[in-house]
Design a protein. Sequence first.
Length: 319
Amino acid sequence: MLKTLKTLCIGALAISATATAAYAEWPKDRPIEIVVAFAPGGSTDVMARAMQPFLEKELGAKTVIVNKPGASGEIAYTYLSQAKPDGYTFSFINTPGYLSMQVQRKLRYDPKSIQAVARIVDDPTAYVVKSDSPIKSVKDLIAQAKAKPGSVSVGTSGVGTDDHLAMILLEQAAGVTLTHVPFPGAGETRTALLGGHITTGGLNVSEFAGGDLTTIRPLVTFGDKRSPEAPDVPTAQEQGIEVFMSSERGLASRRDVPADIRAKFSEAVKKVVDNPEFKAEAKKLALPLAYLSGEEWEQQMPKRLQSFQDIWNKTPWVQ
């Protein structure tokens, strides 16, 4: 019996030593996978790729950006929840989608298995039209929807995303019916808009501000004040519509990733956000930086989750 216990103890110590050695090598023994829940070309993808070289420098390791679009982010979040908790898989998470899907359906993963590492931006939702559209304001959009119910189509990055929920709130506030057209990401929304397949497209401010505005024209943002990145675009509130919506984007890991690894990664992210060179790059990309630690961000999530539950209780956005 004593011999058996001694063997088990030695085995346990060996496993512990192996695990410790593996963690001690982190993150230099292989690339870190960073998942983006939307298609290439959207605001999350652009932000991820802008951060990549800065993050690699801080970590002293290579990273790989992997796009896993679909189901408003659930595919990516499920993938993260099923990854090994060894610190080699992180994912961007986007609210409201990350939270709203917890309201609208049974998920393929447990949200409690995921832990926020850091919020990086808080990006107001906006609606844009083709530059030659006769619609000049959100009031024009509402007027057309009232004149021909269902004729105004809104392209979004998926069910339960910020641009979709803004549409629902706009319907409630204005007493109109809009036609929802979901896409895998902002790039596809823009393409559909330019092709004349939708009336208006939901983009975040960072997805048009500072870019080419010869083909599209922003109508409205849904921030609580004008965005510094798009100061000429009026808010919905300024146009008499009390609708507020934005997209928070940040990084997360599995909750059972070793605390020291998660802390090192979080520290590296904070150093990137504070880096003047990255800030300059973010400004070029119109990224509205709004850093919060993972703990601070998670503390805010229950209140925001309840706000989405309240919208659902009044107007379920899927049947």
